[in-house]
Design a protein around this ligand. Structure first.
Ligand SMILES: Nc1ncnc2c1ncn2[C@@H]1O[C@H](COP(=O)(O)OP(=O)(O)OP(=O)(O)O)[C@@H](O)[C@H]1O
Ligand SMILES: [Mg+2]
Length: 228
């Protein structure tokens, strides 16, 4: 298993008496391409931020890539996140005034990857394979299209060759055509690199791209009272 959760409970400190997540048991096998769907506010981003170690839980067992996250210090979790998980955010979180290469390089800078000198070549190959035209590589990314920015966000998530790629509604800002192109591209990359993918979205029509589809409302007992 690449992810194993048991008796996980989480509430935000501001609303300590209101559980956002209460997950008795859930796991994700290696190699799966999984969609978890759920309505807005159902806790999708919260769950992903627990899995990448940004949020720590009130109680429960969380194992990701064989590491017990709730037994780590926040510094250990930061290192774990930089080295082992690729993350595509709901808002892409690119640095607008930096160009594509520098945005991707930043992810590598925070990792302990030993081959930094060859990384620029790797970034260029990755941008090429993601159909970012060469003429755009040196542009500040805020001048690029939303679809291009989203593909740079994938490049950034993949540069450290993570075993697990987590994506938080990366298609929500894209129109239908760009969304279909994006999904096809993402799936071909995770297939060829044998990366396990965990993708969350409110959009159940994306189901056809995945090997496994689950509803957060089935996984999360705290959401049981809210209809989807
Ligand atoms: N930083 C925060 N502090 C306090 N409450 C929060 C915080 N972030 C989210 N919440 C609350 O936690 C619940 C789950 O939010 P979350 O962002 O995980 O939902 P989501 O499923 O990702 O929604 P969306 O589809 O709109 O992105 C919501 O009730 C939200 O108001
Ligand atoms: Mg969200």
């Amino acid at each position: 298993m690449i992810i194993e959760l048991a008796k996980l409970k989480f509430s935000y400190p501001e609303q300590a008496d209101s559980l956002v997540l209460d997950i008795p048991s859930w796991s994700l096998p290696i190699g799966e391409h999984t969609l978890i769907h759920g309505s807005s506010g159902s806790g999708k981003s919260t769950l992903l931020n627990i899995l990448n170690g940004l949020l720590s839980v009130n109680s429960g067992h969380i194992e990701v890539l064989g590491q017990r996250l709730n037994e780590m210090t926040s510094r250990q979790r930061d290192n774990f996140r930089a080295n082992s998980i690729g993350y595509v955010f709901q808002q892409f979180n690119l640095i607008g005034y930096l160009n594509a290469i520098d945005n991707v390089q930043l992810a590598n800078y925070f990792s302990k990857s030993s081959e930094k000198s060859s990384v620029t070549e790797e970034i260029k190959a990755l941008l090429n394979s993601l159909n970012i035209p060469k003429k755009d590589w040196q542009q500040p990314v805020h001048k690029l299209s939303i679809g291009q920015q989203q593909r740079i966000a994938i490049a950034r998530a993949l540069i450290n060759k993570p075993a697990l790629l987590i994506a938080d509604e990366p298609t929500s800002a894209l129109d239908e055509e760009n969304s279909a192109d994006f999904m096809a591209l993402l799936m071909s990359i995770v297939d060829s690199s044998q990366t396990t993918l965990l993708f969350v979205s409110h959009d159940i029509s994306l189901s056809r791209y995945f090997t496994r589809v689950e509803s957060l409302h089935d996984i999360n007992q705290a959401g049981a009272v809210n209809a989807d």
